[in-house]
Design a protein around this ligand. Structure first.
Ligand SMILES: *Cc1c(COP(=O)(O)O)cnc(C)c1O
Length: 413
């Protein structure tokens, strides 16, 4: 059961509830309430203006684009970016602009730099395999909903924007830089929508100024030659997320504290951490991916398990949700969102009932797991398994327009 209210509901409450009249009313409630009582400007794609590079500049940049086979994740950027400022004094969201990719100019007092008031998204634009001019996004409304929820969790104003308006602006950006979308299965333009609090104020309060921007990066297949199964470890004292924390939001602060434990795991020969939580050792996520286990039950039936969103310590992945929905339509095994603990994994592993395990996320789609270190012992798992391989190809077939997926999954832009 979820007893807590969702961040968006909480922020709406802040918006609607009048602050107590006594002087004890906190500044933050006053600020948020004030922001809500004046009519605020929404994100409007009809106000989008574009300040593009010249075709000579573009040609010159394109000639320096590395061959697609050598692209490294997140290192090469397309020539333009989308920017939308939010400014409370100016009435809310300003007109969206597409400008050349450029450094930002920020006050060193910006709240994002001090208190981590930053959230982001990760999504991809694909060129259809059969028609290079047919550009697609995968379930972008889910990314927009998650971005709004992350903003609400960080008390950012303006989170109530219309998702379609932002998707429309992103579509224009992708079209403008379509020559930076490498073609072929596994290739895409990775999109990084980001919101930072630019409010120059060292007080701890909801920010009045934001910058929402989108940069894009051509990427190749995560696994250049076949799958690369990962070995995981649970043996560390660190915790990624906890009930009541921000683990269900894609906020930058969640990742900063995972880099050192991740590097220690690497040094011990494990490529990622399997994050567990609490006395019961609940499995939560792997690295920055959701995690799935295919188990054989006592009665011989198979069960696909992923941890539930109810505790608030799991990031609601688009890939996760898509895998749950897809496998349910197959009707070949039980598909269950439930808590799963390390003692259970160890038990099914030791009895040969742990059939497959994999991570799920936009970057790699699915990542086979071949071992999990727990209390000094490695639980070995066959990898890649048949389900992992099937999900990989079925999801990609939809993303690249080769197979018509469920309505709204592969969206033309
Ligand atoms: C982004 C992310 C995921 C995967 O989400 P997708 O929408 O499938 O890309 C899973 N876990 C964490 C912690 C993440 O940051």
């Amino acid at each position: 059961m979820m007893h807590s209210i969702l961040p968006r509901q909480a922020l709406r409450l802040l918006h609607t509830v009048s602050p107590p009249s006594s002087s004890s009313s906190s500044l933050s409630i006053t600020a948020v309430t004030a922001a809500a009582t004046t009519t605020r400007r929404a994100i409007s794609s009809s106000q989008l203006s574009i300040d593009p590079l010249t075709s000579d500049q573009l040609n010159s940049l394109h000639s320096k684009l590395p061959p697609k086979e050598t692209l490294k994740f997140g290192k090469t950027f397309a020539p333009h970016m989308l920017q939308i400022y939010y400014n409370k004094e100016k009435g809310g969201w300003q007109s969206p602009t597409i400008v050349p990719f450029q450094d930002l100019k920020l006050s060193p007092a910006s709240a994002a730099l001090h208190y981590g008031l930053e959230c982001f998204e990760g999504m991809k634009a694909y060129k259809s395999i059969n028609d290079e001019s047919d550009l697609r996004l995968f379930r972008p409304e889910l990314n927009m909903k998650r971005l709004k929820d992350s903003m609400a969790r960080l008390a950012m104003p303006g989170f109530d924007f219309d998702p379609q308006e932002l998707i429309h602006c992103i579509g224009k950006l992708v079209r403008l830089d379509q020559d930076w979308i490498p073609s072929g299965k596994g290739y895409s333009l990775y999109l990084r929508p980001t919101v930072i609090a630019t409010h120059p104020y060292l007080g701890l309060s909801p920010p009045d100024e934001l910058l929402l921007y989108v940069i894009t990066s051509p990427v190749g297949p995560y696994y250049a030659s076949g799958f690369n199964p990962v070995r995981l470890t649970t043996d560390n004292p660190y915790v990624r997320a906890w009930p009541g924390g921000a683990g269900a939001s894609k906020v930058g602060g969640n990742y900063a504290s995972t880099i050192m434990p991740g590097a220690l795991a690497n040094a011990r020969g494990y490529s990622q951490i399997l994050w567990i939580f609490g006395e019961d050792e609940h499995v939560t996520e792997v690295g920055a991916m959701n995690v799935f286990f295919l188990l054989e039950k006592e009665n011989g039936n198979r069960e696909l398990v992923t941890p539930p969103l109810t505790r608030g310590d799991i990031l609601p992945g688009v890939t996760r949700q898509s895998i749950l929905e897809l496998t349910k339509t197959w009707g070949e095994f039980d598909v269950v969102e439930r808590s799963i603990t390390m003692p259970e994994i160890q038990d099914v592993g030791s009895r040969g009932r742990l059939i497959e395990a994999f991570g799920a996320g936009t970057a790699a789609v699915v990542t086979p797991i071949s071992a999990i270190q727990y209390k000094g012992q490695d639980i070995e798992i066959d990898a890649p398994g048949d389900l992992t391989k099937r999900l990989f190809s079925d999801l990609m077939d939809i993303q690249y327009g080769e197979v018509e997926g469920p309505k709204g999954w592969s969206v033309r832009i």
